[in-house]
Design a protein around this ligand. Sequence first.
Ligand code: NAD
Length: 278
Amino acid sequence: MYNLLKGKRGLIFGALNDKSIAWKVAERAHEEGATFVLTNTPVSMRLGTIDQLAEKCGTVVIPADATKVEDLENLAVKGMEQLGGKFDFVLHSIGMSPNVRKGRTYDDLDYNYLQQTLDISAISFHKVLQVCRKLDAINDWGSVVALSYVAAQRTLYGYNDMADAKAMLESIARSFGYIYGREKRIRINTISQSPTITTAGSGIMGFDNLVDFADRMSPLGNANADECANYVITLFSDLTRKVTMQNLFHDGGYSSMGMSLRAMKIYNEGLEYRDVKK
Ligand SMILES: NC(=O)c1ccc[n+]([C@@H]2O[C@H](COP(=O)([O-])OP(=O)(O)OC[C@H]3O[C@@H](n4cnc5c(N)ncnc54)[C@H](O)[C@@H]3O)[C@@H](O)[C@H]2O)c1
C-alpha cells in the first residue's frame, strides 16, 4: 500500500457484488487511505451484496438511480454530509442495456430500450457531473473516472447498443472535462477495460469466447478487475493531475493489435477442422 489516497474523499457508483469492478476499486481505495460513500440502485442493493462491502470499508450505502437527477442531488448532499466535505474523486461504473438483456439484435433494436441503454450507461455520467458541478460537490484538482470499452471505437460482434452508449460516454468525458478542467482543475477520464467476468460483462453474447479471444490478442493478456482497480487508484491520486479528457486503454495491448500468434493458432486449427469436415 502506498497511501496514495490518504485524506481523500470519494463517491463510488456501481458495486453490485464482489465481481464488480467498482467493488475492487472500493477495496483498493480503502487500502490507500480514502474515505468514500457507496451507491447503487435500490434494486441492485437488494439483489447484490453491497452492504458487505460497506461494512468492510467502514462506510454507508446511499441509494440512487443514476438516471434520476433528484436521486443524484440527494446523494451528493448526503454524501458530503457523511464524509464531512466535498469529494476528491468519483467513479462511474454503471452499464446496462435492456436490448442486450432481452436478446434484441442491433438490427432489431427496441427504441425505448435504446433510450434506456443510453440513459443508464452514458447520460447518467453527464447527470452525475452536472449535479456535482451545480452543487459544487467536487474539490479543485479532483478526479472523475468512468469505465468504457473498445467497442466505442471498433465494432465487436454482440456488443450491440452498448457500443453507442460507450461512444457517448467517452464524448461526455471530453466535453465536460473541458468545462470542469477550465473552471476547477477537475480531470475527467474514461478507462477502456479488457472484457472482465462480471455480472454486466457476462450479459454480452458469446462473452466467454470474447474473453478468450481478447486474451490471445493481447501481448500482456487481459487486464482483470483487480488490475483495473489499481489503474483507477492512480488516476484518483495526485500523481496524474494533468491527465484529462482521455480515453485510456487498460487492455494488455489489445487495442493496438491486428492479429497475434496465439489467436492465429486457434484460427488455423479452425481451418484444419473445416478442411477435415469437407
Ligand atoms: N465487464 C466487462 O467486460 C467490462 C469491460 C469494459 C467496461 N466495463 C464497464 O465497467 C462498468 C462496470 O461494470 P461491471 O463489469 O463491474 O459489471 P457490474 O454488473 O458489476 O456493474 C454494473 C453496475 O451498474 C449498476 N447500475 C445499473 N443501472 C443503474 C442505474 N440506473 N443507476 C445506478 N447504477 C446502475 C448496477 O447496479 C451494477 O452495480 C460498466 O460501465 C461496464 O460497461 C465492463
